[in-house]
Design a protein around this ligand. Structure first.
Ligand code: PSU
Ligand code: MN
Length: 307
């Protein structure tokens, strides 16, 4: 795909930054189409891009539009994507399908990692990764994001795995697959809307410089696969875990009654929690994504400067 100029479309600032070795941060688009309601999804996407720019890095929001893989979106494309209803939610399994059929799809963490690696972007910011769902021992629902992290060489800055998941099982899976899980300035695994999960973080680093140094050693050792940087939501915007637990319990029950399955599970739970929390969960989600974009920008700048 790298030499297929037809299939991949770069915005001018992203192309220029990649050609000159400047810092670039990839951003996903499923959070825009399936994670937040319009118009706050588009407002957030713009704010996240500006936050990346403020660190000195160039933002590249990734999506498939009419069968072309866009690395960086202009403002009209962002607005259109945020308002379109029947956008596909793309992961590894259906990424090529959307391109070959001329479809429009937003990219999940898994698909954004694939696109970022193809484009030569090393750092990616999102909200929360997918993981092992509660009840996975019977449903087998494990996000393709985890397999992607095991195989694709992109650093993913997130606020942990979404607390709707089974965090213990998710952490076991991450360990089994050999994915470095690095909590940023914290000893605990952050739980998306909450700073705490009660689970000890496997690794901790406290600065973009240390994170860049860790990446440099992994590269020298030839260790393939992604690295997770787990950045706790800012304290002022967190929803305490005890409050979240009740909302999540209710949302999971409602999802079961509604018969949500497959790709629809995560979007259903996120929108139900938004309703149950009277909108508070969305404010928290926006805060943590912006916070992750800032850290990802700082890390990308650090990596670019050390090359
Ligand atoms: N983080 C958010 N909101 C989201 C997502 C992440 O704050 O909507 C999306 C990501 O695109 C992630 C996807 O890859 O949810 C996981 O979906 P699933 O559990 O179906 O794999
Ligand atoms: Mn799933």
């Amino acid at each position: 795909m790298r030499n297929d100029t037809e299939m991949m479309v770069f915005t001018a600032p992203v192309r220029a930054a990649l050609d000159s070795g400047k810092a670039v941060v990839a951003l996903e688009s499923t959070i825009i189409t399936h994670g937040m309601p319009w118009p706050r999804n588009v407002e957030t996407a713009r704010l996240v891009e500006q936050t990346v720019r403020d660190t000195g890095a160039v933002p590249a929001t990734i999506a498939v539009l009419d069968g072309k893989l866009h690395i960086g979106l202009n403002d009209d494309q962002l607005e259109n994507l945020g308002q379109t209803k029947d956008v596909m939610k793309l992961s590894r399994a259906d990424f090529a399908f959307a391109l070959s059929q001329g479809r429009t799809g937003s990219t999940t963490v898994a698909a954004t990692m694939i696109a970022a690696q193809q484009a030569g972007i090393m750092v990616f910011a999102t909200g929360g990764i997918g993981g092992v769902h509660r009840g996975a021992e019977t449903s087998f629902d494990i996000s393709a994001d985890l397999e992607e992290l095991a195989r694709t060489d992109v650093m993913v800055v997130c606020a942990g795995a979404k607390a709707i998941l089974d965090l213990n099982k998710t952490m076991e899976f991450i360990e089994t697959k050999g994915i470095p899980f690095i909590a940023y300035r914290s000893d605990e695994v952050p739980a998306f809307w909450s700073r705490e999960s009660g689970i000890d973080a496997p690794l901790r680093l406290d600065s973009p410089r240390e994170i860049a140094a860790h990446k440099a050693i992994r590269d020298r050792l030839g260790l393939r696969g992604g690295t997770l940087i787990a950045n706790p939501v800012p304290a002022d915007d967190e929803i305490p875990a005890a409050t979240m637990d009740k909302l999540i319990e209710q949302a999971l029950n409602d999802a079961a009654s509604a018969g949500a399955s497959g790709k629809a599970v995560t979007p259903y739970l996120l929108s139900r929690i938004l309703e149950l929390s009277d909108g508070k969960s969305l404010d928290t989600n926006i805060s943590l994504v912006v916070n992750n974009a800032r850290l990802a920008g700082e890390i990308a700048v650090e990596i670019a400067n050390s090359n």
